[in-house]
Design a protein around this ligand. Structure first.
Ligand code: TRP
Length: 387
């Protein structure tokens, strides 16, 4: 688009992202309060904080999916993680929404761990490392609290036998020109990643493929993943599957300022990792970028700017425990009543508790991970597929 000074693909985020313009550019819909209300009628009146605080802000076909659910047709949740290193708090965003939806609506969940994708994408990672990170990350994701009886994992290099027939059908429908245009790959790109998007589509069709009838799928993801699913949606009906619905979150800012929280960032101080020691987390928060003023006097007089503050972003995405607490933090920041040092001290306490609780939950589910990995498709899967 003329005047655009940012680029977002699943493999590159460049420039200062304007999320609203990005949504328009991608052709997705606004996640309106009315639509959230409709969701709340299905979840007993409640909404997850990630929904009410605007971390999720965009969608595709959510209204139709909710309407079908209301009439008695359950959907399946799907999200994933490319394991290239330890998880940080922003990586949990899609999984926390999924866990909440699963608990409220009793729906099935598919998690994809794309060790192949990260091996192809990151020149310096070995396959042993992506497998190891995949298992580590999976334990962290399960610690979010999924129902093991309703949760299934595609761990790409281990689940490929179950995925491959469907991947073959999918790959036949995706022209190379599409992949090149959507992901912006240069001619030197290894062909693993060129094929990979077919594998990210598989879990979106798998529930229908296994059931032999259309099963709606909802994919919570960062908006940077949308290009993969535009490809998925374009080919869905041609293969006889429903288009998956999506809800998109913003990419959360890192602790050091404008840049998105990313594990590949030059600095490990830009994100709070789930395996950070308490002291380390405190140190990072102490040096985090804020929306504060140059002096205490000025801040008391003029107030600070929450929207640009990485500490506020942390309160918003997870650490404020209630809507009223979140509102108070926001108002007192803006008015100058709350100073950055105090706000950071409060956050440090909250983060430290979260990290300890998370480690305990992870310990409890660690043994579960291997048993949830899909190795074979159920007998009879794909009986209805055609060429
Ligand atoms: N490509 C994603 C990543 O790099 C991983 C992924 C696979 C994913 N399937 C997904 C993310 C579905 C969101 C939704 O992390």
């Amino acid at each position: 688009m003329p005047g655009d000074d940012f680029v977002v693909t699943p493999y590159e985020v460049r420039g200062k992202v304007d999320h609203e313009r990005l949504r328009e550019k991608f052709g997705a819909e606004v996640l309106t309060p009315q639509l959230l209300e409709r969701l709340a009628t299905l979840t007993g009146g409640e909404l997850h904080p990630l929904l009410t605080r605007g971390v999720y802000y965009s969608h595709r076909d959510l209204a139709a999916l909710l309407e079908k659910f209301r009439k008695g047709q359950p959907f399946v949740l799907y999200s994933g993680r490319g394991p290239s290193g330890p998880l940080h708090t922003a990586h949990l965003v899609p999984f926390e929404l999924c866990q909440w939806l699963q608990a409220k609506l009793g729906v099935e969940m598919y998690i994809q761990i794309t060790d192949d994708e990260k091996f192809w994408f990151r020149p310096h990672l070995t396959r042993a490392e992506t497998v190891r990170w995949g298992m580590e990350n999976l334990a962290d994701l399960l610690a979010v609290g999924f129902d093991p009886k309703k949760t299934h994992v595609f761990f790409d290099t281990r689940s490929i036998a179950a995925m491959y027939p469907l991947a073959v059908d999918v790959a036949k429908k995706i022209p190379y020109s599409t992949v090149r245009a959507v992901f912006g790959f240069p001619p030197s790109q290894n062909i693993g990643l060129v094929f990979y998007t077919a594998l990210q589509t598989v879990p979106a069709f798998y529930p229908s493929w296994v059931a032999g009838k259309p099963v709606p799928v909802l994919i919570p993801c960062g908006i940077d993943q949308d290009p993969h699913f535009r490809v998925t949606r374009d080919i869905a009906e041609g293969l006889g599957y429903p288009k998956p619905a999506l809800v998109h979150s913003v990419m959360l800012p890192g602790l050091l300022g404008e840049r998105v929280m990313s594990s590949s960032s030059e600095s490990k101080d830009n994100a709070l990792f789930l395996n950070d020691a308490s002291k380390e987390a405190a140190r990072k928060i102490r040096k985090a970028f804020t929306g504060g003023r140059a002096s205490v006097e000025e801040q008391r007089r003029l107030g600070a700017t929450p929207e640009i503050c990485s500490v506020w972003a942390a309160w918003r995405s997870r650490f404020a425990s209630s809507e009223s607490e979140f509102r108070t933090i926001t108002e007192e920041c803006r008015s100058g009543k709350l100073l950055c040092g105090d706000c950071k001290s409060n956050l440090i306490g909250r983060v430290q508790t979260f990290l300890v609780d998370h480690a305990e939950r992870r310990e409890r589910v660690a043994d579960l991970a291997a048993s949830l990995i899909i190795e074979q498709a159920p007998p009879g899967a794909g009986a209805a597929s055609s060429g």
